[in-house]
Design a protein around this ligand. Structure first.
Ligand code: C6P
Length: 423
């Protein structure tokens, strides 16, 4: 049986869980106080999006009730307040991932837009026909399709590093695939379909030794693991607010300043310029050069509140608590003979993807929903992963910082009910 692990790679222990008061944490999330189909809501779809604590809801409300104005544009009081709050979130995001400078934090709509920005603004101007981009089998579509588009546009070639049947990257194969023409490596930190934590420190070092620039898709890692972009030495790192207890429609692209400085803008419009004439436009400094148009001001401020919230709880505690739940759930689901876990890496977080013998994943999800349990079913926007395991879909329960052992018990009882109904 597979054991879940903390970010350090050690099996989860309860060293940090004794003083983690999950009932107190749950009281911060008003949405959790409801029933679905007369059962208490059990929300286990956190990899898709997380619920929002009161502090985030209050920040959004406060902004619209007292500070709403456009940013970087007005001298009036409301605009000054809105700008200050928006820029404070940038500094919070910078600290959250230990970036060296606030100029290295670009706000985007989310991970998807961040990766597309890198593809179009960084890679497109420098890639030539025959150059290579290396990804892995376990990528989300957001870290596949932007590179396929880029290959169509430039004649570059996409290479894919394989995984084993536990859902772990074959590191040797990955290393062999980094060749003289590899200009860019784009890899997921934590797989959304399997929960695998990739050894990105080693992967980044291997790519750098051969001169490739490294993009990390951190959408599923940032909510569960401490991220230090300077220690990792990645060139770009992307993540989304809504998977981190913040609002939708806002995310971060971290990029090393020297790379961002040399990139052309992604989109043109207001705020990304210093001056415009019909003869010549001078682009703005970082980070504004990549933030054309009125941004998601409220969402960004709410995101700042979410980062404060998660930081207050602390990743040591969150990581250890979630690891304990993942171990508990893995052991319990493994005892059901009709259940097969998909993704059993030695190092994983949050995600339990599984299939039930002879039952379509959508039917699993429908029965669980009747019991008030929310899981995601389908290919999880990671079709090549499904193909690797010879599946079209799995059911996926994903753990967040407010889930409890009782909720895992409810999930396991729900899965037993699925087996009973279809048995
Ligand atoms: N995965 C899931 O249910 P956006 O949509 O831009 O915030 O994030 C895209 C994305 C990129 N990479 C990974 C690893 C992801 O998991 C996601 C989003 C969700 O798994 C929705 S498809």
């Amino acid at each position: 049986m597979t054991t879940a692990a903390t970010s350090t790679g050690q099996p989860g222990t309860n060293t940090h869980t004794a003083d983690y008061d999950v009932e107190k944490v749950r009281r911060d999330f008003p949405i959790l106080r409801q029933t679905i189909n007369d059962c208490p809501l059990v929300y286990l779809d956190n990899a898709a999006t997380t619920q929002k604590p009161q502090a985030v809801i209050d920040a959004l409300r406060h902004y619209y009730e007292t500070d709403n104005a456009n940013i970087h544009r007005g001298v009036h009081e409301l605009s000054v307040r809105a700008t200050e709050a928006y820029e404070k979130s940038r500094v919070k995001a910078q600290r959250f991932i230990s970036a060296g400078r606030r100029e290295e934090i670009i706000f985007t709509r989310g991970t998807t837009e961040a990766i597309n920005l890198i593809a179009q603004a960084y890679a497109r101007p420098i890639l030539k026909g025959g150059d290579e981009i290396l990804i892995t089998t376990m990528e989300h579509h957001s870290n596949i399709v932007p590179w396929q588009l880029l290959c169509e546009q430039t004649g570059a070639v996409l290479r894919v590093a394989p995984i084993n049947d536990r859902g772990e990257l074959l590191l040797n194969e990955y290393e062999k695939l980094i060749g003289p023409r590899t200009k860019l490596v784009a890899v997921v930190h934590v797989s959304n379909a399997l929960g695998t934590v990739n050894p990105i420190e080693e992967m980044i070092a291997m790519a750098h030794r051969r001169g490739a620039v490294v993009v990390i898709d951190g959408a599923q890692a940032a909510p569960h693991l401490p991220v230090d972009v300077r220690a990792l030495d990645c060139d770009f790192y992307a993540f989304s607010s809504h998977k981190l207890y913040g609002p939708t429609g806002i995310g971060v692209l971290y990029g090393k300043q020297e790379l961002l400085e040399n990139m052309s803008p992604y989109q043109g419009g207001g705020d990304m310029i210093k001056s415009v004439t019909f003869e010549k436009t001078i682009y703005n400094d970082l980070p504004f050069r990549f933030e054309a148009g009125t941004p998601n001001i409220a969402g960004t401020i709410g995101f700042g509140a979410a980062l404060d919230y998660v930081s207050r709880l602390g990743f040591e505690k969150i990581d250890a608590y979630e690891a304990e739940l993942l171990n508990y759930a893995t052991a319990a689901l493994s005892k059901i003979p009709e259940v097969r876990l998909i993704g059993t890496a030695a190092r994983k977080v949050s995600v339990l993807s599984f299939v039930v013998d002879g039952v379509h994943a959508h039917d699993v999800g429908t029965i669980l929903d009747q019991l008030g349990i929310a899981v995601r079913t389908g290919h999880h926007c990671a079709q090549p992963v499904m193909e690797h395991f010879g599946l079209s879909a799995t059911a996926r329960a994903s753990i967040g910082l407010y889930n409890t052992k009782e909720e895992i018990d409810a999930l396991v009882a729900g899965v037993r009910k699925v087996v009973e109904v279809f048995g």
